[in-house]
Design a protein around this ligand. Structure first.
Ligand code: NAD
Ligand code: WQD
Length: 346
């Protein structure tokens, strides 16, 4: 009997973006195998995914830098894996400056391991988590996919650029097919409030810092500078709802599995196409939560760029995808998730 390959392997599938994507995959009728070492996520996320989607993904607790263990997963499911969505990576910009080799080992080494396992087991399609960080401060805004990539501000950013190159080169010399998605700033949580972003320790990113301050877990938010050349002096980013982002992965995967791509290596911006300042995000949070946020204006943060938001014309047209949720919905869901975390004692 010939077994049709039908599993989607999701590395980092218990993490923030991965868990939301697994829900969308299950709801779209895919069968999912999650590979995660749980270094930045909790096993209970699988229960929450099952509660939301009525289906439970398969799970293997494996570190993608452990070549033998990863290959063991591909052996165990040989002939069944149809495609891969690769989220597993370390993502803390500051930590990457302190421990660059760890970032190169996990993000770059892990990706090379994964690609070698895929090649060894005849798996050809991969969706990769890249980042708008590869653009640095773009010369033209909104930034489109043809804009030059700039020198990264951090080893983390550099790993994303290097992985893009590794994927491009590997696809040029083999049957590998790649869609790299450059995410802008993912925020928010699932409408059920059962999954969301769970930073370990003090958050680095704006929205978890805001919600944790709103709930009293943090004393005060510091706005990193209000002397930028923007309408209110604070930096501008393209905040995209994680559920919209998850849905973009389903489109990207479908494009690969249906062999609709125009090249073996493709890149798409995944953002909303519009930017918000830090103060706009704070005001919107205050509106949806009904709380006033304790914040102060501090100095600029090293490495911050003034403004970036996506030109989404190409991704909207090619993927047939468009962000549908706005900043208010994203912050409302992030706030509901923060409140759920409080009830769980997280
Ligand atoms: P996350 O930390 O919530 O999820 C990553 C998951 O990968 C975690 O569950 C973690 O346990 C797992 N993981 C880490 N190292 C691993 C290893 N060696 N082996 C197996 N599993 C491992 O992060 P996220 O926000 O969901 O990000 C997912 C991807 O998207 C990452 O590649 C990240 O670089 C990229 N990205 C994130 C953002 C963002 O702001 N969140 C923006 C752009 C790109
Ligand atoms: C957003 C804005 C801060 C915290 C980072 C990575 C990037 C990507 C997404 C993965 C900025 C301001 C923040 C705070 C603040 N990740 N801020 N007070 O820096 O755009 O991007 O995450 O690929 O690579 O660099 O996101 O959420 O940290 O900051 O004023 O306590 O909020 O200065 O203007 P960023 P962020």
């Amino acid at each position: 009997m010939i077994i049709e390959p039908k599993l989607i392997l999701v590395t980092g599938g218990t993490g923030f973006i991965g868990s939301h994507t697994v829900v969308e995959l299950l709801q779209a009728g895919h069968e999912v195998l999650v590979v995660d070492d749980l270094s930045n996520s909790r096993i209970e996320v699988l229960d929450a995914i099952a509660q939301i989607s009525g289906k439970r993904p398969l799970f293997e607790q494996v570190d993608i830098t452990d070549r033998e263990a990863l290959d063991g997963v591909f052996k165990k499911f040989h002939g069944q894996i149809e495609g891969v969505i690769h989220f597993a990576a370390k993502k803390a910009v500051g930590e990457s400056v302190q421990f660059p080799l760890m970032y190169y080992r996990v993000n770059v080494g892990g990706t090379v391991n994964l690609l070698e396992c895929m090649a060894g087991h005849g798996v050809e399609s991969i969706v990769f988590s890249s980042s708008c960080t590869v653009y640095g401060q773009p010369d033209v805004i909104p930034v489109n996919e043809s804009a030059p990539r700039k020198d990264a501000e951090s080893p983390y950013g550099n790993t994303k650029r290097i992985c893009e190159d590794v994927l491009r080169d590997a696809s040029a010399s083999s049957s590998l097919m790649v869609v790299a998605l450059r995410y802008f700033n993912p925020i928010g949580a699932h409408a059920s409030a059962l999954i969301g972003e769970l930073p370990l320790g003090t958050p680095n990113n704006l929205v978890p810092y805001i919600t944790q301050t709103g709930i009293g877990k943090r004393e005060q938010l510091t706005v990193h500078g209000n002397d930028y050349p923007t309408p209110d002096g604070t930096c501008i980013r393209d905040y995209i709802h994680v559920v919209d982002l998850a849905k973009a992965h389903i489109r990207a995967l479908g494009r690969l599995l249906d062999r609709q791509q125009k090249a073996t290596y493709e890149v798409f911006n995944i953002g909303t196409g519009s930017g918000s300042t830090v103060l706009e995000v704070i005001r919107t949070f205050e509106k949806v939560s009904g709380r006033s946020l304790n914040y102060r204006i501090g100095p600029r943060r090293a490495g911050d760029i003034t403004q970036v938001y996506a030109d989404t014309v190409y991704s909207n047209a090619e993927l047939g995808w468009k962000a549908g949720l706005g900043l208010e919905e994203a912050l409302r869901s992030a706030w509901a998730w923060e409140q759920h975390c409080q009830t769980l004692g997280l």
